[in-house]
Design a protein around this ligand. Sequence first.
Ligand SMILES: Nc1ncnc2c1ncn2[C@@H]1O[C@H](COP(=O)(O)OP(=O)(O)OP(=O)(O)O)[C@@H](O)[C@H]1O
Length: 317
Amino acid sequence: MEPIIELNELTKQYGEQTAVDRLTLNVNRGEIFGLLGPNGAGKSTTILMMLGLAEPTSGTVTVCGIDSTRQPILVKRKVGYLPDDVGFYEDLTGTENLLYTARLNGFSRQEAISRVEYLLDRVGLGEAAHKKAGAYSRGMRQRLGLAEVLIKQPEVVILDEPTLGLDPEGVRELLQLIRQLSRDEGMTVLLSSHHLHQVQQICDRVGLFVAGRLLAQGDVHSLSQQLFQEEAIAIEVQVNHFPDGLLDDLQQVDGVSRIETHDDGKLVIHCSQHVTPEISRMIVESGTSLLHLTQRQYGLDEIYHRYFEGREADEKR
Ligand SMILES: Nc1ncnc2c1ncn2[C@@H]1O[C@H](COP(=O)(O)OP(=O)(O)OP(=O)(O)O)[C@@H](O)[C@H]1O
């Protein structure tokens, strides 16, 4: 795999405050990477450093092999950036706005016209192309923003909270569009979000970002392993009664880390690996009836809850 964004010990301090703390991260060519974290985690600051718009206090950042800090103009040619609030000329139509950008990017009038028409169609704004941008809904503005970013055929697209303010249907459509565009055009996408469910839908990999630090990165499965380690899996069991010694025996099974017991005969067995067959055999052989058994693996939901919601709740106290 070829890394296209490389961050090495990247740090940004604002006075006493460390907004980004020794961040080391690679994003590979063609992948969709989600930077996930609550407000203030340092996502925007990281993005600004990737674009060469903020200078790191220490560490390095390269995009497409170019040092963003030293050669911000070169980086901007390769990278398309959609900020969380895109500005357009409100009195100009969608087409006119994009034509303007295309001309700025050096396209001839004829090239600009055909590229703009293609892109507006691609993002589903074909019919609204001649409406003024000021009359666009939030979702339409985001689509127009995406089309604008794509004009210069960037190798990397960076989207800061692209779904902010969209309704659920708008979110779903925009995410599908991003995925489709990335797949069709072979684009690398880095998007930031504090909405776990959204990121989960389209990202190949996710980095969990809290208070300027990267807690973990990977696909959902590897994240849950990294963060839960000993307790990646929970087996819920309902038995009719607890025979003597059963709990001790279960506790001895390789991979079981902790068992919760409930008065109604329910057990929650936390384990690091799949031990369901062994657990069920042991219960049956102990002489009690196994009434119910479910196994679940922690997903990003639990990760999110444990690392973000818990933290936000703590901060509110
Ligand atoms: N220009 C600045 N001057 C001083 N502090 C800043 C500046 N920009 C960001 N910060 C601080 O750095 C921290 C990280 O902010 P950042 O905007 O990168 O977080 P974020 O994860 O993008 O959050 P959000 O989702 O709210 O945009 C915050 O505590 C913020 O207050």
